[in-house]
Each structure stands twice: as structure tokens, then as C-alpha cells.
Design a protein around this ligand. Structure first.
Ligand SMILES: Cc1ncc(COP(=O)(O)O)c(C=O)c1O
Length: 447
């Protein structure tokens, strides 16, 4: 049966040139449209759906809380879901006694994290510290400050006059190392660039460094060398710069541990989470900070100067709490690690295909990068829209993947993220592999 595509009506879809399949339900790793066509959710949406679709325990928790008190103003009241959720999140943070603010989107939480870092320095009597250094490529969100910190040319171009100037250093994206060094013998040149950047800006001006601990879509799940984050931490400490870990995509188990920081023994000052925190059952994000940062503000008699209507949303907190309990109860993070190894191993088998340049990642966050010339790692020309064709072809075969472009040089570069729910079965893993391989064969005929 062919899928039903809803004609564009009054909804402002991001893509103004296409129509979308109309989904009726989701169960486990599958989505079903109104014609009964099923889609294997190979990307968990946007690397969000960690526990799978249609989990009734989470739906019931949402509904219970909505029936009790759906909304409470976070500056007037507290409630059990937020207190319990904060304790649950604090238990897996890499620092003791963390304080957590719950917001809605990842972008908002990123903005709040850089404001918190900035206010910390203001309260410490260092108001000249405001610059934030980030990575390139990177993605921290689409609101103006988060977009300023991101290195995504195609998202930024039209909005340049609205964005603030930010300093970027090369991301630990070893497949495309700007110095063409080999990870085992590179001396972590990309990490050392942070010290150069701080020196150029003046350490008295730099408030924070922010980075995705394991790359998200912008580098196709690039995993930094083992010592990378220790080096970054040392540089931040030496220069009085706060370290913000963007775990919006990697947090809540996606890389096979509660936080990607744990793979590197990294202790950041602030951790930002989103996406998988509720597995998509409700929009909820979090900014978790070391207690010491808040103590500095508290001692001045002032408050953290950031309020949002939907902060600490009771229904969102209940959804997150139920999601975290489900992850624990079903041992899904350990499952993510083991099933992720198997999926990565299978996908590495695709490296024999002429278009597959690299397969990388950790847990169930895997990137497959496509290239025109494997030896030279030359990307396809952007006008060819390789990954758009790839993803459409995979969807026609009933597999959902998440594309990204531009990572090779800001404009060119094609990759897909494979990030299914942690409940994915071994048969479904084989199916993902098979559908990607068949799509590659189609693409090899066309490109
Ligand atoms: C690493 C990272 N940070 C921040 C964001 C922004 O999150 P949101 O889209 O919820 O605003 C994203 C979204 O993809 C992300 O991957």
C-alpha cells in the first residue's frame, strides 16, 4: 500500500515544498501511517525516542499529572514531579549536589546555560567575561544565541546580522581533521586550539567553552580521542573558563551511558540535556549546574535572572520521571550499549560500498558519512542533493533516517544519523542494515 500524503494546508511546515505522510500511531520501533504502511524508525525521530513509541506507562504518567495539576508557575510553587525528577537527574550527573532547571527545548536550555555562566562571572565581579568559544562543525540549536554558537553555515546565512560574534575552534572530527593528522599521533592539536583561542580573545574576556561531548548530527556522531575532554578540562581550569557540556542529543543514555561525559571521565561545570529526557513524550530540557555556581549568585542576594513560563512544567517532569524509570526498569541503557555495538559492526560492513566514507559513533548514535571519492574523502557537490535523495529512497523502503549536510566544508557533505529506539530488536537491526544497503545500491546506480 502506498503512503497517504497530507496536502499542505494551514500548517507552517519547515519544508515548504513537500507533503508529509500522515502518521496514526507508533509502537516500539515502528510508526504507522493512515494507510497501514509501517516505517522502521531508524533515527528515533531526531535522536529523541529512546524508550520506543507507544509506552503506556509514560502516557499514563502524563495523563495522571495533567488530571492533578497540569500547570504550575515555577516561580510560585513546586511540585512532586519536579522534586523527584531533579533528584533522579542529579543522581547521574558527574558532580555532586547539582541544581537543575527544567525548560522545554534544547535551544532554550543552551541559551539559559550561557546566561548562567555569564551571570556567575558578573556576580564574581568579573563583568568583562562574556565570550563563549564553541566548536566547528557543531549544532546547539536554532534560537539566535544557540545559532550564534553553532557552526552551521546554511542555517546561519540569512540571519547573520542578528547573530553575535563567536569564536570557533575545530571540532574533534577526526575523519576530516583540518591538519590531516592520525588520532593516535595527533597530539590533540584540535583541543590545544582552545588555549590559542582563549589567548587571542584574552582570558579575562572568556566566560565559557561549549561543546557536544560526542558529536551530534553536525559531525555525524564523531567520537573524540580518549584524552580530548581531559585536555579541554585542563585548559578551561587554567584559564578560569567554565565548561558547558551539550548533552542535548547524547544525554539520557543515547551513547550507552547516562551521559556521554562518563565515557571520558569528564566533569563539566554545566550539563545541558533535552530530547531523550522524556523520549519525546513531552518537550522538556534541562540545565544542570554545579551547586557552587548557584551559591555564588545566592550569596549576592540576587536570583538567576532567567524565567520562562513553562519552566519546571509538571506534566513534562512527570513524563521525564516515568521515562527515566522505564529506562532503569528495563535496563535499556546497557541494552543501548550492546545493541549499538552490534548495529555499528553491521553498518561497518557497508564500508565496502563506494559511497560509504565512514561509519562512527557510540551506543545507538551512529553516523554514516557518504563521499564521492573515498580515497580523497571528497564530498558530493551540494547541488546533487545526495543525502536528500538517500533519505527519500530509504523512506520509500519504510526506513526513517535523519540527514545532515555541510559538515565537510560548511556547504558540502552528506551523512545520515542512525539512532533507533533502545528497544530495537536484533531482527530490526538486520532490517535497518538491509534497507540501507538496498538504498546504497539504488544510489550507486544514480550517482
Ligand atoms: C547537540 C544539540 N544541542 C542542541 C539542540 C537544540 O535542541 P532543540 O532542537 O530541542 O532546540 C540540538 C538539536 O538537535 C542538538 O542536537
Amino acid at each position: 500500500m502506498s503512503e497517504y500524503r497530507y496536502p499542505q494546508g494551514s500548517v507552517l511546515y519547515r519544508n515548504l515544498h513537500r507533503s508529509y505522510p500522515l502518521i496514526k500511531a507508533g509502537r516500539g520501533s515502528y510508526l504507522y501511517d493512515v494507510t497501514g504502511k509501517k516505517y522502521l524508525d531508524g533515527s528515533g525521530g531526531a535522536a529523541v525516542v529512546n524508550i520506543g513509541h507507544g509506552v503506556s506507562a509514560v502516557a499514563a504518567a502524563l495523563s495522571r499529572q495533567a488530571g492533578r495539576a497540569a500547570y504550575l508557575n515555577g516561580v510560585q510553587f513546586t511540585h512532586e514531579p519536579v522534586e523527584k525528577l531533579a533528584a533522579a537527574v542529579a543522581s547521574f550527573l558527574p558532580f555532586p549536589g547539582g541544581r537543575i532547571l527544567f525548560l522545554t527545548s534544547g535551544s532554550e536550555a543552551i541559551e539559559a546555560s550561557i546566561k548562567l555562566a555569564r551571570q556567575y562571572w558578573v556576580e564574581r565581579g568579573k563583568p568583562e567575561k562574556y565570550r563563549v568559544i564553541s566548536l566547528s562543525p557543531s549544532y546547539h540549536g536554532n534560537t539566535l544565541a544557540a545559532l550564534s554558537l553553532s557552526a552551521r553555515k546554511h542555517y546561519q546565512e540569512a540571519f547573520r546580522p542578528l547573530l553575535f560574534k563567536s569564536t570557533k575552534i575545530p571540532a574533534p572530527y577526526c575523519y576530516r581533521c583540518p591538519w590531516e593528522l592520525v588520532p593516535s599521533r595527533c597530539g590533540l592539536k584540535c583541543a590545544l586550539e582552545l588555549e590559542n583561542a582563549i589567548y587571542k580573545l584574552g582570558r579575562e574576556k572568556v566566560s565559557a567553552f561549549i561543546g557536544e561531548v560526542i558529536g551530534g548530527s553536525s559531525t555525524g556522531a564523531s567520537v573524540p580521542p580518549r584524552e580530548y575532554w581531559k585536555t579541554i578540562r585542563r585548559i578551561c581550569d587554567r584559564n578560569n573558563v567554565l565548561l558547558i557540556a551539550d548533552e542535548v542529543m547524547t544525554g539520557a543514555g543515547r551513547t550507552g551511558k547516562w551521559l556521554a561525559c562518563q565515557h571520558f571521565g569528564l566533569v563539566p561545570d554545566i550539563v545541558v540535556m533535552g530530547k531523550g529526557l522524556t523520549s519525546g513524550y513531552f518537550p522538556l530540557s534541562a540545565v544542570a549546574a554545579k551547586k557552587g555556581l548557584l551559591d555564588v549568585i545566592r550569596k549576592t542576594g540576587r536570583n538567576f535572572l532567567h524565567a520562562q513560563t513553562f519552566a519546571h512544567h509538571p506534566v513534562g517532569c512527570a513524563a521525564a520521571l516515568a521515562t527515566l524509570e522505564y529506562l532503569k526498569g528495563h535496563d535499556l541503557i546497557a541494552r543501548c550499549a550492546s545493541v549499538g555495538r552490534e548495529l555499528k559492526h553491521k553498518l561497518e560492513g557497508l564500508l565496502d560500498h563506494p559511497h560509504v566514507g565512514d561509519v562512527r559513533g557510540k551506543g545507538l548514535l551512529i553516523g554514516v558519512e557518504f563521499v564521492k571519492n573515498k580515497k580523497k574523502r571528497t564530498p558530493f557537490a551540494r547541488e546533487q542533493k545526495y543525502v536528500e535523495a538517500f533519505v527519500a529512497q530509504a523512506l520509500a523502503r519504510g526506513l526513517v533516517l535523519w540527514p545532515n549536510i555541510g559538515h565537510a566544508d560548511g556547504t558540502n557533505g552528506d551523512l545520515v544519523m542512525v539512532a533507533p529506539p533502545f528497544v530495537i530488536t536484533e531482527d530490526e537491526i538486520s532490517l535497518i542494515h538491509e534497507k540501507i544497503e538496498l538504498t546504497l545500491i539504488d544510489m550507486e546506480r544514480k550517482f
